[in-house]
Design a binder for this molecule. Structure first.
Ligand code: AMP
Length: 249
């Protein structure tokens, strides 16, 4: 069974983002980039399926600038077999990403496609769902457990009220939630080995996909600064302030 995993290059989650002075977006100059954390979980799950003898090949795909090769190499060091970079310097919105991934699905014919539930830069939470719709595949989103059984995959999903388990016919699309697994670290020997694994580069034009943005960002603003708090001398004073100043009780 071939598994396709989509990995996105995003700002490292430890970085405090800066909004550009003209409010058109986030400043990416000299900012540390990394694999989207939910995509790391997707790679880990695919590699575990390979270790269990269920997956025969794990292919990772990333859409982005040439530098996104770094995230593909990371995935290869974690145990994926082969990489595909769809190289572009354009802004790729979720619908364009889903169309590009659909083109790769058509070519590669994976049985399972694993994506992150959302990219932490845009927080869209759309690509997996759009890809499933474009391919006509069933989808199991926000997965906290994935069990492949023959021609089916059982996906336990984290929803507001608890957990829901759905059975999907393969081929299917799964998106990962935080508790699906704990991704491993790449060992030095595996990082060296990953340099020799195949990485193919293609472009949106080669795949015949129009990636023109369909949404326009009007304004990007940093969250409002928190105001300094005050100290109260007693519980009575706190209750008084909550009642008479904040008027919340
Ligand atoms: P989003 O819908 O943008 O929040 O992204 C959800 C998931 O879709 C990510 O975790 C990735 O698995 C996949 N994805 C989105 N954009 C890209 C991209 N440019 N390259 C590869 N995968 C992507």
């Amino acid at each position: 069974m071939k598994v396709l995993v989509a990995v996105k290059r995003v700002i490292d989650y430890n970085v405090k983002v800066r909004v550009k002075p003209d409010n058109t977006g986030v400043d990416l100059t000299n900012v540390k980039m990394a694999m989207n954390p939910f995509c790391e979980i997707a790679v880990e799950e695919a590699v575990r399926l390979k270790e269990k003898g269920i997956a025969t090949e794990v292919v990772v795909v990333s859409i982005g600038p040439q530098a996104a090769q770094e995230q593909i190499r990371t995935a290869l060091a974690l145990g994926a077999d082969r990489g595909i970079l769809i190289q572009t310097d354009e802004e790729i919105q979720s619908l364009a990403a889903a169309k590009l991934l659909k083109a790769v699905v058509d070519k590669e014919q994976p049985k399972l496609v694993i994506l992150g539930k959302q990219a932490i830069d845009s927080d869209n939470n759309q690509t997996g769902q759009m890809l499933a719709a474009l391919c006509g595949y069933p989808q199991g989103t926000f997965a906290s457990e994935v069990v492949v059984e023959g021609e089916k995959v059982n996906v336990t999903r984290e929803v507001d009220g608890g957990l829901v388990t759905v059975a999907l016919n393969l081929p299917a699309v799964v998106t990962t939630d935080l508790r699906l697994n704990e991704p491993r670290y790449a060992s030095l020997p595996n990082i060296m080995k990953a340099k020799k694994k195949p990485l193919e580069t293609t472009t949106p034009a080669d795949l015949g996909v129009d990636v023109a943005p369909r949404l326009t960002t009007l304004k990007v603003e940093a969250p409002a600064q928190r105001k300094a708090g005050i100290k109260v001398a007693s519980v009575a004073e706190l209750v008084d302030k909550l009642k008479n100043e904040a008027k919340v009780i």
